[in-house]
Write a protein that binds this ligand. Structure first.
Ligand code: AMP
Length: 246
């Protein structure tokens, strides 16, 4: 059984790296942000509770997040393990997690704030199906429309400059201490996340003695790499034309 937590500031490639591990090693990707976004997109009671908080870039109340994480992990729907992404984000959540669940290690993706800004401001998702949408790697047939459901491609509501500043400050203040807590109990591997996705993935696998990458992971990495390369280009285009809905 392989059970990991992946940590890193928004835009550090947590989602991509988690997907690469999960796709190749048959692990379940548990993204707390995705759970919230799914609930918002599907107008559930939980979605209504968290919609505004998420859009402003603030953190959801600990009790609510812990309940969501507990319910999700209590499903035990994995055969080979999981990667928890986006939790814990502060010391209280880390203490809850360490008391309730066993893990094999923490993957910590490290990235400077300047690079985070560049990447985060270029992300897009489909406004209807709510999925992260890679505008560059799989360019939609109709510009700004999701190929799957026709929904408009938008920036995540919390990927604005204002919300990002809040999240960067929150991360520095609240999430970094989590690493210190983990280091006392768990193996924390800190990886330089400014490198290309395949190099980052190789480093993770080396540190945790995992098998080498297969085709599925390489494809995810290549998509992410293409997206990263043109991230700067996209930001410039958006700044000069407000056509992309926000
Ligand atoms: P993410 O996709 O991980 O960036 O999460 C998106 C948003 O969901 C965050 O900006 C928070 O509002 C909320 N969220 C996700 N995980 C947590 C958490 N562990 N604690 C509090 N809020 C969270």
């Amino acid at each position: 059984m392989r059970k990991y937590v992946i940590m890193g500031i928004q835009g550090s490639g947590k989602g991509t790296q988690a997907k690469m591990l999960c796709e190749d090693l048959d692990l379940v990707h548990i993204s707390v942000g995705d759970i919230f976004r799914w609930n918002v997109a599907n107008h559930t009671k939980l979605g209504a509770q968290v919609r505004r908080i998420i859009a402003s870039g603030q953190l959801v109340d600990d009790d609510l997040v812990e309940q969501v994480v507990r319910e999700r992990l209590d499903r035990h729907d994995w055969n080979y393990g999981f990667v928890v992404d986006g939790f814990p984000r502060n010391a209280a959540q880390a203490e809850f997690f360490l008391e309730a669940f066993d893990i094999d290690g923490v993957i910590h993706l490290e990235m400077p704030d300047s690079e985070v800004r560049r990447r985060v401001l270029a992300r897009r998702l489909c406004s209807q199906c709510g999925l992260d949408y890679n505008l560059i790697a799989s360019r939609p047939e109709i510009e700004n429309a999701c190929d799957v459901c026709g929904g408009e491609l938008i920036s995540r509501p919390d990927d604005t400059e204002e919300a990002l500043e809040l999240r960067l400050a929150d991360y520095a203040e609240k999430t970094r201490p989590v690493l210190d807590l983990f280091r006392r109990k768990e193996y924390v591997a800190t990886i330089d996340a400014t490198q290309d996705p395949q190099t980052v993935q190789q480093a993770i696998r080396q540190r945790f003695s995992l098998p080498p990458m297969r085709e599925a992971a390489r494809e995810i990495a290549e998509d992410a790499e293409r997206a990263n390369k043109v991230a700067g280009e996209l930001i410039d285009r958006d700044r000069s034309s407000p056509a992309v809905a926000r």
